[in-house]
Design a protein around this ligand. Structure first.
Ligand code: FAD
Length: 403
């Protein structure tokens, strides 16, 4: 390989560039990104960035321009790639074609919207820095806030609004939030944090209409409720940004389909991050994660594998993510589809660990305000620890704590 092209200039893309240089790759690297910004960190956008105070854009960038130049990378920013030609080995961008020997596709995911509401001012999704700026200035103006979707990002926005003392209502169509992410029982436990912090959470009710002249004025729900609103944040999930790859011949199925080494099956083409659906050998199933840690790790590994396919190694991982609500840090490792969940500690205290059993093995763990513990459980899952041994470990830890 003498020419590496990376499409998507965010976390996975940047880690790909960094890893390539770290392995001693001296060829050319082009990093193509649709946004105008240098690669920046997204998790704070729905957390500290929303707090009242100064613009912290520079703190969000992973590297400043000088730091990027150290990587000897050609930046093509503010221009989305529009096509991939796997025969000619080119990426189309800005009316030209950029040739590659290897390419890492890291175009991430895009926030889903509610069709028909995009034109109304004050209706926002939260995925990019520009989105976060708009949400923050609405909060600065004291917006009456309605959040649609009680997932992680929506819940973080609600938490940010409450921190400023604003009224906020969260509307969730499902009877229980977060079931797919952490299971029913823990979905209930986490969403209790909303009521405890003055957020009005309404589950099992649909949004019928978002109304206003040119800006949003109210949200009408299926149970007849009308919620006055100056800001509506739509947090109904994200979809992988693969539309630009239609017709490329790559296998697309809720993400770019890859093998365990993040290879698409097409010579020289690898994928990483939120856009990538790969086979995780540890759980023997395909996954597409939207988590910071895996995006960073996959970006680095995809570049290493792309540059040395004969020595390619699989990406085997225990998924991990965190989320901050009010004064609670929520962390989850593993997979949530448990046969049984055992709570260690007291749910009511707001500090506990819940262990997830799949067959006779520990497959997941959720921690609320137990930051020292979660990586221990991640290690146990990685080692395929039997359920009984995991329970013994957790109970012994808890007993020590109580003493
Ligand atoms: P992205 O960060 O989505 O970046 C993809 C980039 O590619 C974007 O800049 C996009 O503009 C660009 N792009 C798209 N199409 C094209 C194209 N055709 N050509 C060129 N460029 C293109 N994870 C956690 O684990 N914990 C958290 O607390 C957490 N909080 C989050 C809060 C928010 C508000 C958001 C949005 C995400 C959060 N995440 C969190 C998830 C985490 O940020 C993502 O998993 C991570 O950003 C994924 O990185 P990525 O590089 O794969 O994709």
């Amino acid at each position: 390989t003498t020419r590496l092209v990376v499409v998507g200039a965010s976390l996975a893309g940047l880690r790909a560039v960094e890893a390539a240089r770290k392995t001693g790759f001296t060829g050319s690297i082009t990093l193509i990104g649709a946004e105008d910004h240098l690669p920046y960190d997204r998790p704070p956008l729905s957390k500290a960035f929303l707090d009242a105070g100064a613009d912290r854009q520079s703190e969000l960038a992973y590297r400043d321009l000088a730091g990027l130049q150290e990587l000897d990378v050609e930046l093509v920013l503010g221009a989305p790639a529009t096509g991939l030609d796997t025969e000619q080995r080119t990426v189309a961008v800005d009316g030209t074609s950029v040739g590659y020997d290897s390419v890492v596709l890291a175009t991430g995911a895009r926030a889903r919207t509610l069709p028909g509401t995009e034109a109304l001012a004050g209706v926002r999704t939260l995925r990019t820095l520009d989105d976060a700026r708009a949400v923050r200035s609405a909060l600065d103006a004291g917006a009456r806030t309605v959040v649609i979707g009680a997932g992680f990002i929506g819940s973080e926005v609600a938490s940010g609004a409450r921190k400023r003392g604003l009224d906020v209502t969260v509307v969730e169509a499902l009877p229980t939030p977060l079931v797919r992410a952490i299971g029913e029982q823990m979905g209930v436990a986490c969403s209790a944090l909303h009521a405890a912090n003055g957020t009005d959470l309404r589950c099992g009710v649909a949004v019928e209409a978002i109304e206003g002249e040119s800006a949003v004025e109210r949200v009408r729900l299926s149970d007849g409720t009308v919620l006055p609103a100056d800001l509506v944040v739509v947090g109904v999930g994200a979809s992988p940004a693969t539309d630009w790859l239609d017709g490329s011949g790559l296998q697309l199925d809720n993400g770019i389909v890859c093998d365990s080494t993040l290879w698409t099956g097409v010579p020289g083409v690898y994928a990483a991050g939120d856009v990538c659906r790969w086979r995780n050998p540890l759980f023997d199933r395909t996954m597409r994660l939207e988590h910071w840690t895996s995006a960073a790790e996959q970006g680095a590994l995809a570049a290493r594998n792309a540059l040395d396919p004969d020595a390619a190694t699989p990406y085997s991982t225990v998924p991990y993510f965190w989320s901050d609500w009010y004064d609670t840090r929520i962390q989850f490792v593993g997979v949530p589809d448990a046969d049984e969940i055992e709570v260690i500690g007291d749910v009511g205290s707001g500090r506990f660990v819940a262990l997830y059993r799949g067959g006779d093995r520990l497959i997941g763990a959720l921690a609320l305000n137990r930051q020292a513990d979660i990586m221990k459980y991640r290690g146990l899952i990685m080692k395929e620890t039997p359920w009984t041994a995991a329970l013994d470990f957790a109970r012994a830890r808890e007993a020590k704590r109580v003493q």
